[in-house]
Design a binder for this molecule. Structure first.
Ligand code: FMN
Length: 216
């Protein structure tokens, strides 16, 4: 029996169901269904009424406790003309900080969405995204870790090691992460591992000596 894929879609556009973001995800959903039975649960962030940030830092601590290892994700964004890269990099960084493997990404230019040629290209891209998503989920396993993810892990590790007695520290200790090279056994390029260890040492030295400078 073929198991249905259950996907959670977080829609960030305040235009909800009218947004191109939603419409493009619906297209990906239909194309996934051509390959494998798929259901998508939509959460519209504007309807959930997430309040403004009050700096409680609990999201930061949750970010420090990733739990979605082995879960595949895709990230998409819509902009009229430009800025896709910055948004997609941010979304991908956030999803991978939660532990997800981001299998692919897609940026749409809404100003082009009335043009026949562009719509054809979007159709091709969404079909490719759908195929990669379904294939990634079916294959399972853990994706190769990027250098950026390794450095991010080391930064979180340094932060956590420095805060003994906290819930975070206990979470990390239970999982043997405090002295680990990464959260799990995902394949890592040995050179990237050495470079990340070097960067981690630099971070610790800078913190100890208190010689961190403002970011320019
Ligand atoms: C506050 C605001 C800022 C925006 N900034 C950009 C931008 O930097 N670059 C761009 O190409 N479009 C920008 N846009 C246009 C939106 O990206 C565009 O309307 C897009 O279709 C919105 O996505 P949606 O259809 O999924 O809601 C902006 C729109 C708003 C309301």
């Amino acid at each position: 029996m073929t198991k249905t894929l259950n996907i959670l879609a977080l829609i960030g556009s305040p235009r909800n169901e009218d947004s191109y973001t939603y419409k493009v995800i619906r297209q990906i959903e239909a194309q996934m269904n051509d390959l494998h039975p798929t259901t998508v649960e939509y959460v519209f962030l504007c309807k959930v009424l997430v309040p403004y940030c009050d700096g409680c830092l609990s999201c930061m601590y949750k970010r420090n406790r990733p739990s979605f290892f082995g879960k595949k994700a895709i990230v998409t964004c819509t902009a009229s003309g430009g800025g896709h890269k910055g948004v997609l990099d941010f979304l991908e960084g956030t999803a991978s900080a939660w532990g997800c493997d981001v299998v692919t990404r897609l940026g749409i230019s809404s100003a082009q969405m009335h043009k026949e040629r562009y719509l054809g290209l979007v159709e091709e891209c969404t079909a490719d995204v759908a195929r990669k998503f379904v294939t990634g989920i079916s294959a399972g396993g853990l994706q190769r870790v990027t250098f950026r993810q390794l450095v991010n892990f080391r930064a979180m590790q340094n932060m956590t090691r420095a805060r003994k007695g906290t819930r975070n520290h206990a979470y990390w200790a239970e999982r043997n992460w405090l002295d680990a090279n990464y959260y799990n056994d995902a394949p890592v390029n040995p050179f990237a591992r050495i470079m990340a260890s070097y960067v981690a040492r630099q971070m610790r030295t800078a913190i100890r000596k208190g010689n961190i400078t403002p970011f320019r």
